[in-house]
Every structure is written in structure tokens, then in C-alpha cells.
Design a binder for this molecule. Structure first.
Ligand code: XMP
Length: 326
């Protein structure tokens, strides 16, 4: 019987409620898992990070985390996963740098849906290959949360967790945040000691920076997306906008324009900045930045990011524009 959120369950809003939830789950996880091993694909996103932290508390080294770097992560993300989970929480963590594999498969692919399929398919292949190398795994942990269940029941989206692994790879599922809403997962994560920038992070799509490098992904343009995104995040944090603005990122489209630098002609990409607010992501409004911050972002990006000679701001709401470009 799959677990459902009890109608009477109080919303977890305080450290005390989070602690009670953690204690209860740790006990349930120990009972379910016994002395067996559990596998988890740890992306570094909120849900999988909280699942990892709960399982580490419950069964320690019996949890095997696999962090697949598909080369489309934000600057510093794989490093943070290793630091937090392997170094600080002493997790049994397998880090796979599959950058070349993903980027080689994506080379020359321009269609957004095909890019998504390649990234999703390759991810499962890499994860399954790692899983096959391991002996005696009985359980697969997943960061399914309650809205995933509600949305799949309502037919809004396919429940992406649980799917995808080859037929012969059968594991019993472990879903320790299944009955929680997103805000509750964050409160629990905070109580488990995860860093704020992991617990309160903005939404980040599964295909990562791949959808912010429109058209065929090249390593140099991808690097320009990654570097400009890092500058934007740094400046938002410095200016008190982190955690206040719902989502903000940069896009580097595949066209060039003429510029001039140090008295010489340049022919480089523009960098587009998008910062939005929303409650349900069906409709979004644009965050209006101060003139000072706009000027500062432009200066930093054109001076620090190779290949960029222009910075543009996307002030379009949704609808008509979606949040992401692909
Ligand atoms: P759109 O572009 O549809 O985005 O207005 C709405 C929200 O969903 C995120 N998004 C994705 N998340 N895989 C994901 O996990 C995806 O392929 C994907 N596409 C968009 C987007 O970042 C925004 O928060």
C-alpha cells in the first residue's frame, strides 16, 4: 500500500514539527530497510538532498548516493554536493562526471524536445550503469513529494519518479518525503542541517543549462551561460534578492552581433537576463531591477564572461512567454 498524506496531518512549519517528522521517518526507514542497501540519484536539488540527509541519518553507509554530473549543472553545484554529502555528512557518494558523454550526444542537436530526450535518456543510462556495478542493492530512494502524486492523479503531469530504469532492475521504493509539500521539505531539510542555498534554492529544470543554451549546445556558449548565471546569482545574493525572487537566470542565444572592445571590433553573443516571480508558474510577472543593479550586472557580464558583448533584459510576462526559452 502506497502511503498517502493523512487528511489530519498538520503542516510542518516549525523546527519542532520538522524534528518530530524526522524522528518518525528515521524509525520507519530503519524498519523498512533493515541491514539492506539503498540507492539514490542525488541531483543536489531540494527533494533528493533532503531524502539523502534523512537516509544518512537513518542508515548511514547503507545508502549509496550517485551524483551524475551531466555537464549542464550550474557553477559550483557538483562541488557543493560532494562537500556537503561526502565531506560533511560522510555519505557513501559515487560521483560520475559524464560531461563528455552528454555533450557529445548533444552535439549538433537543435530541437528542444530532442535535447530533453537525449538528456533524460542518457541520465537513466548512466545511473543504471552505476547501479549495475553495485552488489546487493534492494531499495531505490526517490524524492517524490505530495504535489507530484496529486498532479499525476489529476493527469497534469506524468509522475516522473519511479520511471525509466530498465525492466530487469527491480527495487523496492523508499519515498521518505512522499507526503510532504515543498515548503515542508524545506523546513525538514533545514532541520537536518542542510545549507540554506540548498534548501531554499530556486527551481532548476532537469535538463539544466541545456535549455538556456538554445539550439545546438557548444562548450564555449554553455560556459558563457554558466559564468553569467554565476554572476547573476552572486549579485542577487549580495543585493538581498536571493530567496525573494522566484527564479532568475541567464540565456545565451545562438546568434552574434557586432561590438567593440579595446578599440577592436568584436563579434560575440548577447546574454539575456530573466528574473521572474510567480506562485503557480502558470502565470509569471517580471522582477523589476534597480537601474544601479542593471548597470552593475551589465558591466560584470561584459567584462568577465568570454564571448559576450551585449546584455539584454527579458521583461516579458508569462503568458505569452514561458519561463524557459526551450
Ligand atoms: P516554463 O518554461 O514551462 O517553466 O514556463 C515553468 C517552470 O518549470 C521549469 N521547467 C522545467 N523543469 N524540467 C524541469 O524539471 C524541464 O524540462 C523544465 N522546463 C521548465 C522552469 O524552470 C520553470 O520553473
Amino acid at each position: 500500500m502506497l502511503e498517502s498524506r493523512p487528511d489530519t496531518m498538520a503542516r510542518i512549519t516549525t523546527p519542532e514539527l520538522a524534528k518530530a517528522y524526522i524522528d518518525e521517518r528515521v524509525e520507519m526507514l530503519r524498519k523498512q530497510i533493515g541491514d539492506k542497501k539503498v540507492l539514490l540519484a542525488l541531483s543536489g536539488g531540494v527533494d533528493s538532498s533532503v531524502v539523502a540527509a534523512l537516509l544518512i541519518k537513518a542508515v548511514g553507509q547503507q545508502l549509496v548516493c550517485v551524483h551524475v554530473n551531466h555537464g549542464l549543472l550550474r557553477k559550483g553545484e557538483p562541488e557543493q554536493v560532494i562537500k556537503v554529502f561526502r565531506d560533511e555528512m560522510n555519505a557513501n557518494l559515487i560521483y560520475v562526471d559524464a560531461t563528455d558523454r552528454f555533450l557529445d550526444k548533444l552535439a549538433g542537436v537543435t530541437d528542444p524536445e530532442q535535447k530533453r530526450m537525449i538528456i533524460g535518456g542518457e541520465f537513466i543510462d548512466v545511473f543504471a550503469e552505476e547501479a549495475r556495478k553495485l552488489d546487493g542493492i534492494d531499495f531505490l530512494a526517490q524524492g517524490t513529494i505530495w504535489p507530484d502524486i496529486l498532479e499525476s492523479e489529476a493527469g497534469i503531469k506524468a509522475h516522473h519518479n519511479a520511471g525509466g530504469l530498465p525492466e530487469d532492475m527491480k527495487f523496492e521504493l523508499v519515498e521518505p518525503v512522499r507526503i510532504l509539500f515543498k515548503d515542508e521539505v524545506r523546513v525538514v531539510g533545514k532541520e537536518l542541517g542542510l545549507p540554506d542555498n540548498m534548501v531554499y534554492r530556486q527551481p532548476f529544470p532537469g535538463p539544466g543549462l541545456g535549455v538556456r543554451c538554445p539550439g545546438a549546445i557548444t562548450r564555449d556558449r554553455l560556459e558563457a551561460v554558466r559564468e553569467s548565471d554565476a554572476i547573476l546569482r552572486e549579485e542577487f545574493a549580495k543585493n538581498g534578492l536571493e530567496g525573494k525572487v522566484w527564479q532568475y537566470f541567464t540565456v545565451v542565444p545562438d546568434f552574434k552581433s557586432t561590438g567593440v572592445k579595446d578599440g577592436k571590433r568584436t563579434f560575440d553573443w548577447p546574454c539575456i537576463i530573466r528574473a521572474i516571480n510567480t506562485t503557480d508558474v502558470m502565470e509569471v510577472t517580471v522582477e523589476h531591477l534597480s537601474d544601479e543593479l542593471i548597470d552593475h550586472l551589465v558591466q560584470r557580464i561584459i567584462n568577465e564572461v568570454p564571448g559576450i558583448n551585449r546584455v539584454l533584459f527579458d521583461y516579458t510576462p508569462k503568458p505569452p512567454a514561458t519561463v524557459e526559452y526551450e
